[in-house]
Design a binder for this molecule. Structure first.
Ligand SMILES: [Zn+2]
Length: 254
């Protein structure tokens, strides 16, 4: 068996993403938010994105969902080494995702603060929440942990720092889970879970840079987003100078 087959590279294209969201709708899952009341009899799905690498790709996914009539929750970091949500380009992406009708929350990084107990956790989630809300001019209700630790995995209360915890006992106990965390299905394949008639409540976790236009290995997908970003920034700078007639003549010759 090739790696392409074993790790199901073909699953992770944006075309297949569209097919999976459509399949969830076809199977009767109602797309709900973390603030919705739990209804035992309802067949529902909490479709979550932890935005880790490239919000531009998250926007493509948000457009696919909204074109099909599905709503997801997008969790953004504010201490991310890969993107800065306060960069005007990404703030615009954030606002576009929100304007498509999706929910937004905080993807909280406990490592940044070296958090070791619940009192620090409450304090720093509150701090990030306030900054996030004030700068991005939005009210948020929910957070998810970035890169969980044994300590954060033990934090099972419904709320911390004024935000709903998506890793609480409630969601763990009542919802099946399926995620693409490493760029492949570590446990169950999403398509199989969606087709499993016994699954009534489901939490799905996806990550932006795990999905590309073409079939690629997980590593190639990371490479792709890094180089697409570099090209965008290069063009932004150089075309900006060309448009203003300010590009150095010697560079023009080269
Ligand atoms: Zn994360």
């Amino acid at each position: 068996m090739t790696n392409r087959e074993k790790y199901r590279f073909d699953d992770f294209t944006l075309d297949n993403y569209r097919r999976l969201v459509a399949l969830a709708l076809e199977k009767g899952f109602e797309f709900i938010s973390y603030t919705d009341e739990f209804v035992q009899e309802r067949k529902d799905i909490l479709w979550r994105h932890d935005v880790e690498f490239e919000p531009d790709i998250a926007l493509k996914m948000a457009e696919i969902e909204s074109s099909l009539g599905a709503k997801a929750t997008y969790f953004f970091q504010i201490h991310c080494p890969y993107y800065n949500i306060f960069d005007p380009h990404y703030t615009e992406v954030f606002n576009k995702i929100k304007s498509l009708g999706h929910f937004v929350g905080l993807h909280f990084d406990s490592h940044y603060y070296g958090i070791e107990n619940e009192s620090q956790l409450n304090e720093y989630i509150q701090l990030d929440k306030e900054y996030f809300e004030r700068v991005l001019k939005v009210k948020i209700d929910t957070f998810s942990f970035h890169n969980t630790t044994p300590f954060t995995q033990s934090c099972l209360e419904p709320m911390y720092g004024g935000l709903i915890n998506v890793y609480s006992s409630h969601f763990k106990n009542n919802f099946n889970y399926c995620g693409d965390s490493l760029g492949y299905w570590r446990f169950d394949r999403l398509e199989d879970v969606l087709n499993n008639e016994s699954v009534q409540h489901l939490q799905v976790l996806t990550h932006d840079a795990n999905w590309t236009e073409e079939v690629m290995s997980p590593r190639a997908r990371v490479h792709q987003f890094v180089y697409d970003r570099a090209e965008r920034l290069y063009n932004q700078q150089v075309n900006g100078l060309i448009n203003k007639g300010l590009l150095c003549p010697r560079e023009k010759q080269n």
